[in-house]
Write a protein that binds this ligand. Structure first.
Ligand code: NIG
Ligand code: FE
Length: 399
């Protein structure tokens, strides 16, 4: 099936700047972009099965949300209230709430409930032009429950018109049955990975390296087990304190390090040397009322690619709008609107190891969104506004 999309204002992001083609056309062949250029440059003898006039509308690459925790049971509005009364995120976690309370609710939920709730969240993200979604486990924390959550993530990718990348985050928190035995839990996580990998449930392996979670030494063991299976790694690093996690992750050729408010100059250098993407998560920064900003200028100076993601989860970022994250990346972290859009397209894709998407160029996946906007800088400007009009995923229009 060959389709022609013509008369669009195409923001390709395929070079430096927005790379806008006015009155642009795209020829889509099956799931891929075959040709992109000015309407006037279309081959004269072109034969297509269908043709769409975009009416001058703005088109961008489909959005990539490269960091979500979409599969979980329950919610934690009570902890939000506790924090409003003065408790900190760390206090709540140390008292057995936080991630552990979501683990209890997730284990108690049926597969159907987990799927239905995660699918509803995925649809909310997709409505704003998301065509690729990363989904982490990390609220099961037992082999059977981590596998269940990853199967739900895979099912979302099969049943919804969105491409899903899965990440195993079994090293997210210490489950109650391993209280006081963190090293034994890490042994267990390392032993689960081959089975999860054999079932093709894992595209990458993540961990939470933090004083309320796992040490660098424990994180290293998880990374060694992942790399031994050929799986790429990523890390929740330097969110609440500097654990030197980014340098550790970069030493394992991590695809990304995420959060990074406490990232050191040494961490920046290590990430630059390894080509690791910095995934900034303004939703968690905002919702936890953090004050320490990630070192954006140092990342720019070192040439570290910056991605932006929702970090959707019930504890630190219960939001379902990637466009709001673009706005917050600009207002809170001072990214430019172009950096923010690159963060949720080409650099988000890179954080997932996906080189086939994130720009509009021949050979890339035909993933794009059509917007009721004049200029791409408006994607980071409006908030609480839904300007997405049409979405095409792997060449097919989403209905
Ligand atoms: O990315 N930092 C660790 N994990 C999540 C929060 C998990 C939770 O509070 O449920 C995050 O912020
Ligand atoms: Fe996260």
């Amino acid at each position: 099936m060959r389709t022609l999309w013509r008369n669009g204002r195409l923001v390709t992001l395929a070079g430096s700047g927005w790379c806008t083609i006015e009155r642009g056309a795209m020829i889509v062949d099956g799931p891929r972009l075959q040709w992109i250029g000015h309407d006037t440059g279309l081959p004269r003898d072109l034969q297509v099965d269908a043709e769409h006039d975009l009416g001058g509308a703005l088109v961008t690459p489909g959005l990539v949300d490269c960091h979500t925790h979409l599969v979980y049971g329950g919610q934690r509005a009570n902890e939000f209230e506790m924090r409003l009364q003065g408790a900190t995120y760390e206090d709540i976690a140390r008292a057995g709430g936080g991630i552990r309370s979501t683990v209890a609710a997730t284990r108690a939920a049926s597969d159907e409930t987990l799927f239905d709730s995660a699918a509803a969240r995925a649809r909310a993200l997709m409505a704003e032009g998301v065509t690729t979604l990363e989904i982490k486990s990390g609220y099961g924390l037992a082999l059977q429950h981590e596998a269940r959550c990853l199967r739900v993530a895979r099912r979302i990718g099969r049943e919804l018109p969105v491409s899903v990348s899965t990440t195993c985050l079994a090293a997210h928190a210490l489950p109650p049955e391993f209280e006081g035995r963190a090293d034994a839990y890490i042994d267990a996580v390392c032993a689960w990975l081959p089975a999860l990998h054999a079932e093709r449930l894992v595209d990458a392996v993540d961990a939470f390296c933090e004083n309320i979670a796992f040490t660098p030494a424990q994180t290293r063991r998880v990374f060694d087990a992942a790399r031994a299976l050929g799986l790429p790694v990523k890390l929740h690093a330097e969110q609440l304190s500097d654990q030197d996690g980014a340098a550790l992750a970069a030493g394992h050729q991590a695809l990304s390090c995420d959060h990074l408010e406490w990232l050191s100059a040494r961490g920046v250098r290590a990430m630059a040397a390894a080509g690791t993407v910095a995934v900034l998560l303004p939703g968690a920064f905002y919702f936890l009322r953090e004050t320490k900003l990630p070192p954006v200028q140092a990342l720019r100076d070192a040439g570290v690619p910056i991605a932006i993601a929702s970090d959707h989860n019930p504890g630190s970022s219960p939001g379902l709008s990637l466009l709001l994250m673009l706005n917050m990346a600009c207002t809170l972290f001072r990214l430019t609107p172009e950096e923010a859009l690159r963060g949720a397209t080409v650099n988000g894709a890179r954080a997932l190891g996906l080189a086939d998407r994130g720009t509009l160029a021949p050979g890339k996946r035909a993933d794009f969104a059509v917007w009721a906007l004049e200029h791409p800088n408006e994607l980071a400007y409006w908030f609480g506004h839904q300007p997405c009009r049409r979405v095409v995923v792997a060449g097919e229009e989403r209905r």
